[in-house]
Design a protein around this ligand. Structure first.
Ligand SMILES: Cc1ncc(COP(=O)(O)O)c(C=O)c1O
Length: 396
């Protein structure tokens, strides 16, 4: 194929030149005396992306799934009760892992396309007078359905009821792209990975842990090995790791943090909202439905689009890739064949989104889906141009 391929999956995302260049360095000695000069400021600055002052952020070689495991194995014990909800592939897999660990899972099965059921969480927690529930799990952004849940509201429920359960959040497709406030929202564990909002290759599992959660490490009875927070803490305090860190990726992470800060986290979130709004305008113009059933659930990092009955979303995905070099996300689990997903997160601008939307239109025509060619691209063009902030005039 001649020309660029288009990466429009919700992770891995497009990697900026700055991040790529930062990793084009000779391999280095992770036990060198001056390695902490690099790592200690990195650990400190990473906290500003999670927005925690009193917590810590650990970086393990791994991926987001490792973060789920780290959160369970460090902070809970076999038989502990956890409150969970499943409404997409990733929230479901986290619940499965809880069961595999032998936790006592109280799960709410929610319609895919909705998010964390606040009323159900409220009644489960208010009925739990003995405080048997040790952790409440929230998948902040369900990447399989393009649904964002209200983490702050879950914290509010816990606070209103005076319930001491830890708040575990999957922020794999939200940290570094959506508004995320670990300290303000009282998040005790925030799990992320390098390949989405951090605009990096896969390979780092990044986990924010609150001060309160760190106290729980000492009472957790699960065996700990690779993901031990306590081992990590001891070595991180000196600027080192308990094993060989992915030092090259850490160099990329440094550049990623710098880029997020130079744009400003508020601007990062509003850019994602703007890009996502253009995609949603396109979906409406095509006459198709967003898998997220109401605007309050709409994700600004990924949109899952339902194809009309009697069509197979995999035909769109296949045509997009084979005919036009556009990678779209597939439908996972219950929505396999029913949705295709456009990832719109990370290092992205309007024209990159339009490229993906154009690819989707061609692929939908190839798959025989009826719609007006150009309607979605046109709607996004109109949205982006109508909502554009005027360029500030150079100081004269
Ligand atoms: C919301 C969410 N949680 C967890 C994961 C699993 O992360 P990983 O694939 O990095 O292990 C993903 C992956 O896409 C995800 O989107």
């Amino acid at each position: 194929m001649i020309g660029y391929k288009t990466l429009a999956v919700p992770g891995p995302t497009n990697m900026p030149y700055e991040v790529q260049r930062a990793m084009e360095v000779p391999l280095e000695d992770h036990r060198a005396p001056d390695f902490p000069n690099f790592t200690l400021p990195l650990f400190a600055d990473l906290k500003t992306i999670f927005r925690t002052e009193t917590g810590r952020v650990f970086v393990f070689p791994g991926s987001g799934t490792g973060g789920w495991e780290a959160s369970i194995s460090n902070l809970l014990s076999a038989g502990d009760k956890v409150l969970t909800s499943s409404f997409g592939q990733f929230s479901t897999l986290w619940v499965t892992m809880c069961r595999d660990f032998g936790l006592d899972v109280q799960n709410f099965d929610v319609t895919w396309g909705e998010g964390v059921p606040l009323d159900d969480y409220h009644s489960a927690l208010s009925n739990d007078k003995a405080h048997a529930i040790k952790a409440v799990l929230v998948c902040h952004n369900e990447t399989a359905t393009g649904v964002t849940s209200d983490v702050r509201a879950v914290r509010q429920i816990l606070d209103d009821l005076g319930h001491p359960a830890l708040l575990f959040v999957d922020g794999v497709s939200s940290v570094g792209s959506l508004d995320f406030r670990m300290e303000e929202w009282g998040v005790d564990v925030a799990v992320s990975g390098s390949q989405k909002g951090f605009m990096m290759p896969t390979g780092l599992c990044i986990v924010g842990v609150s001060h309160k959660a760190l106290q729980a490490c000492s009472t957790s009875s699960f065996p700990k090995g690779y993901f031990s927070f306590q081992d990590m803490m001891k070595m991180n305090d000196q600027g080192y790791f308990p094993y060989t860190p992915a030092a090259t990726l850490l160099r990329g992470l440094r550049a990623s943090i710098d880029m997020l800060h130079s744009e400003g986290l508020a601007n990062v979130a509003s850019r994602h909202n703007r890009l996502a709004s253009g995609v949603r305008a396109a979906v409406d113009a095509w006459g198709l439905k967003n898998c997220a059933v109401a605007p309050k659930w709409h994700s600004d990092t990924v949109t899952a689009i339902i194809v009309p009955e009697n069509f197979d979303a995999n035909d769109v995905i296949s045509a997009a890739y084979h005919n036009y070099g556009v990678s779209l996300g597939g439908g996972l689990g219950k929505v396999a064949g029913k949705v295709f997903r456009i990832g719109h997160l990370g290092w992205l601008n309007e024209t990159m989104v339009l490229r993906a939307l154009g690819g989707v239109e061609m692929a939908m025509r190839d798959a025989g889906i009826p719609f007006q060619a150009g309607s979605g691209v046109g709607a996004a063009v109109e949205y982006y141009t109508d909502s554009r902030q005027p360029l500030s005039l150079a100081a004269e």
